[in-house]
Ligand binder design. Structure first.
Ligand code: ADP
Length: 162
């Protein structure tokens, strides 16, 4: 089947865990659209949306069927506007489950034809989150095993240190 999957998230910043999901999803679906949530009143981001877009564009270059965009408003409306019936989300731990279950259930309520597909994290990335990357970078720690090499400079520049 010719399925376009949407992989939505904050990607503040993108990590090797996100990239792993993108790569695996690109093998399962005809097209993957990485959809970056726009800045909102409820969530504060360390990286502005243009920067998050620029960073993701750098790391998806090797995957010809993957594109990146930002979106605002309802995810289900965005998915419909792209003709997509599949949302991809990653699961790291049981702690992710409750939130993801709630979001998937709400999205199903809003749009019955859209299916959420969960991909388990690769074991080597189960501890990895954007928040932990920001914490390590803020404390001037080594981020080299956490984000793709193309993003080292961008992440370090955001946390220049004392
Ligand atoms: P959001 O704010 O929407 O949760 P994130 O950018 O934090 O956005 O995450 C986007 C998706 O990627 C989520 O489904 C999240 O569970 C998943 N994800 C984040 N880090 C990892 C990882 N290390 N391994 C697998 N999935 C991950």
């Amino acid at each position: 089947m010719d399925i376009t999957a949407i992989y939505p998230g904050s990607f503040d910043p993108a990590t090797l865990g996100h990239l792993d999901i993108i790569e695996r999803a690109s093998k399962l679906f005809a097209r993957v659209v990485v959809a970056i949530s726009e800045s909102s009143n409820t969530k504060r981001f360390a990286f502005p949306e243009e920067k998050r877009l620029e960073m993701l564009e750098k790391i998806v270059k090797p995957f010809p069927n993957v594109s990146v965009t930002t979106f605002g408003g309802l995810l289900t409306s965005f998915a419909r506007s792209r003709g997509s019936a599949v949302l991809v989300r990653g699961l790291r731990a049981i702690s992710d489950f409750e939130y993801e279950f709630q979001m998937a259930s709400m999205n199903r309520y809003l749009a019955q034809e859209i299916e959420t597909v969960f991909m388990m994290t690769s074991p080597k990335y189960h501890y990895l989150s954007s928040s932990i990357v920001k914490e390590i970078a803020r404390l001037q720690g080594d981020i080299s095993g956490l984000v793709p090499p193309e993003l080292f400079e961008d992440v370090r520049a955001c946390f220049p240190g004392p």
